[in-house]
Design a binder for this molecule. Structure first.
Ligand code: ATP
Ligand code: MG
Length: 388
């Protein structure tokens, strides 16, 4: 190999973005490129002649070089806390063992910081999971709608027959008039009361069916531009007047205007009534969870995405929280742990409402540490209004 080729190879060696360390099996460093130093947050002024010259957390990664048990490693990951770093980094690496001309074995370690990729992967998994949840909810909705339709006809039939029977009995009572035996009149009255009960039950059933149909067939949104902060304040004030909330504290933290850069208000394009219901449901659940004596904290956060800015309202309570099994099911229709006191529709309807607005309703909670519901909505910025 010519001198010029060696210089060219040196250039390639230094230019590659991955970290590269060549060492002997005993840990002596033969070569190391600049990327290796920067990826591992190492001081370029310091000389590293042996693996043992590296600081402790980095050593944990480099020990694979002297660890003779594995000759080659195709792809592996190691999480380490790099020098001057607050968060652990994930380092992806491969290790090759090759003989030198002298017969000595050398080890080539190639690595890069894949923390960003890992974070994206986690974010992707989360989105996929949320999508799966929405699809599951949608299919349950379709099933409910089918069953509700089937129930509608027999319930209407029962109601009509009850009404006809009631009319017949009333007529009979009138025809019998004063001359009828009191025992017969008593029996007729009893039958009338029973038929009334049948009618009431059928009507109750029909009303539930209509609720179900409403649930499975989302109504159209009546959209208007609304200042979100005022909306939340209004719902909060309204709910605090309710006796059930007399011992509940709701603490609203206003967003930092500098961070938000939205001077007047955080405007959102929403169906006011439906969105108020979402906050009502969240407050009601927090109240239930804390036995009517809890503290609910509401805060705002800006989420800047590539294509849009979202505003996220967090509703956090100091109740018992939600265990992992229940956490997976809270948005499912009819999932309730409240027995007869809960239908289990509050969160599933709220979830759908927020999604209808192009947002997302999510929850984070650990048993014993309270629950936080996150309502994220697309924020309308001043520029959007001017462009209209
Ligand atoms: N803040 C909270 N803390 C603890 N558990 C909660 C909280 N919010 C909801 N849950 C759990 O999620 C379940 C489902 O909530 P959801 O609002 O859908 O139904 P529900 O409150 O039981 O009945 P409904 O709202 O229809 O009257 C609740 O029964 C409860 O177990
Ligand atoms: Mg509820």
């Amino acid at each position: 190999m010519r001198e010029t080729d060696i210089v060219a190879l040196e250039g390639v060696f230094e230019a590659i973005p991955s970290g590269l360390i060549i060492a002997t099996l005993q840990g002596e460093i033969i070569r190391m490129n600049k990327s290796a130093l920067s990826i591992l947050h190492l001081d370029p002024q310091q000389s590293f002649r042996h693996i043992s010259d590296f600081p402790e957390p980095v050593l944990a990664l480099l020990s694979v070089v002297t660890d003779g048990t594995k000759t080659n490693i195709k792809r592996a990951e190691r999480t380490i806390l790099l020098p001057d770093s607050n968060e652990p980094s994930v380092i992806g690496y491969s290790l090759q063992t090759s003989p030198l001309e002298s017969g000595m074995m050398m080890r080539v370690l190639i690595f890069s910081d894949i923390s960003r990729v890992m974070k994206d992967r986690l974010a992707f998994d989360k989105i996929r999971e949320e999508l799966y949840q929405s699809k599951k909810l949608a299919s349950i909705g379709a099933m409910i709608s089918g069953v509700a339709h089937e129930l509608n006809n027999p319930l209407t039939g029962i109601s009509m027959s009850a009404e006809l029977t009631r009319m017949t009995l009333e007529r009979l009572k009138r025809q019998l008039g004063q001359s009828a035996e009191p025992a017969i009149i008593t029996k007729l009255d009893a039958a009338l009361r029973e038929i009334q009960k049948v009618d009431q039950s059928a009507k109750k059933g029909a009303s539930l069916v209509s609720d179900l149909l409403g649930y499975s067939r989302p109504s159209k949104l009546n959209l208007q531009m609304v200042p979100l902060i005022s909306l939340v304040e209004e719902v909060t004030q309204a709910i605090l007047t309710h006796p059930e909330f007399s011992q509940v504290q709701i603490l609203l933290t206003l967003p930092d205007p500098e961070e938000f850069m939205v001077k007047d208000a955080c405007l959102v394009l929403v169906d006011r009534v439906k969105l108020e219901q979402v906050f009502y449901n969240l407050y009601k659940n927090a109240c239930d969870a804390t036995g009517g004596k809890g503290v609910i904290r509401v805060s705002y956060h800006l989420l800047k995405r590539a294509d849009k800015t979202m505003i996220r309202v967090d509703v956090a309570d100091n109740g018992p929280g939600i265990d992992t099994t229940a956490l997976e099911r809270v948005f499912e229709p009819f999932f309730s742990t409240k027995g007869v006191k809960g239908v289990g529709l509050g969160l599933s309807i709220s979830h759908r409402t927020v999604e209808q607005h192009g947002g997302a309703l999510t929850v984070t909670s650990k048993a014993g540490e309270g629950a936080i519901f996150h309502v994220a909505l697309p924020l309308t910025q001043k520029e959007d209004l001017m462009n209209e």
